[in-house]
Design a protein around this ligand. Structure first.
Ligand SMILES: [Zn+2]
Length: 279
């Protein structure tokens, strides 16, 4: 009797549609969210590693679909820059296409975006947030505290794109204390990587075909920082940055993940070129 019971259990377990349940329907696009030309990369190391080096940083955003839900990871430079450029000190920023324009090409409207995430509060990661006012904002809790405590824009924090989540009838906010499973199925995981800002985060996307993809946020801005541990002068905590680099590298190694430094144009070919997607 017991034997037959166990056999029935095993048969049921084996015939369950495991594949359909366990393999999320995932798709990922890289979006163009602008360009930053640096006349001097001095500020990207507090140890004079890059003094006098000019550099071009690409600004990337990412769209990930899980079934019928979408998360937008970072929202790039402000659409007020569209077709023009702005220079402040060593930084010249420009934008050729908006996110909403690129989503329209995919047949996706802003209202389809369930989650709008900011890897951190810097202006080049939050510029077009307010184009997604119905989305739930995902942001590191310590960064959210800074945004709420910054009524006027400064060179690094601009609270204006956060207006839909700061107003009286605010849209929902998920302030992330540690790691966060976005869809609750283990497919898209926000990883706390503090140091660049107090609530800075990176993203792990577990694609069924391509495999694990790790987006840095701004833990690194270019490959040289991985090699020689370049810590920007404007980071909020040096020790936290180094600890986050160590954790990030360990995750990448144990999962054999594809690492994408979001600002490094040499990593653009690690995902298909828009409008193609990775699955
Ligand atoms: Zn950045």
């Amino acid at each position: 009797m017991m034997k037959r019971f166990l056999a029935a259990i095993f048969a049921a377990a084996l015939s369950a549609p495991l594949a359909a349940q366990d393999t999320p329907d995932l798709e990922m696009w890289r979006l163009d969210c602008g360009t930053i030309d640096l006349s001097d990369s001095e500020s990207f190391s507090d140890a004079h590693l890059y003094d006098g080096q000019p550099r071009t940083l690409t600004v990337s955003c990412y769209l990930i679909r899980n079934g019928g839900r979408y998360i937008l990871w970072d929202t790039g430079l402000s659409s007020q820059l569209l077709g023009t450029s702005f220079t402040s000190g060593a930084f010249t920023v420009s934008l050729e296409r908006t996110i909403t324009d690129q989503l329209a090409q995919l047949g996706i409207s802003p209202a389809d975006v369930t989650y709008a995430a900011a890897s951190h509060y810097h202006f080049d990661h939050t510029g077009q947030l307010a184009d997604f006012p119905e989305a739930t904002l995902l942001i590191g809790a310590a960064d959210w505290e800074v945004v709420k405590a910054t009524p006027e824009p400064n060179p690094l924090v601009d609270p204006r794109p956060f207006a839909p989540w700061l107003s009286e009838e605010a849209a929902p906010v998920t302030a992330i204390g540690q790691d966060h499973d976005v869809f609750g199925d283990g497919s898209v995981l926000i990883k706390a990587m503090p140091g660049h800002t107090p609530g800075h985060t990176s993203l792990l996307v577990r694609l069924p075909e391509k495999g694990d993809v790790l987006l840095t946020g701004d833990l690194y801005h270019f490959e040289e920082q991985v090699t020689n541990r370049g810590v920007p002068q404007f980071n909020t905590n040096r020790a936290d940055t180094l600890a986050s680099m160590e954790r990030f590298n360990a995750i990448a190694k144990s999962l054999d993940a594809t690492v994408i430094i979001q600002h490094d144009a040499r990593h653009l070919d690690r995902l298909p070129a828009f409008p193609e997607s990775a699955k």
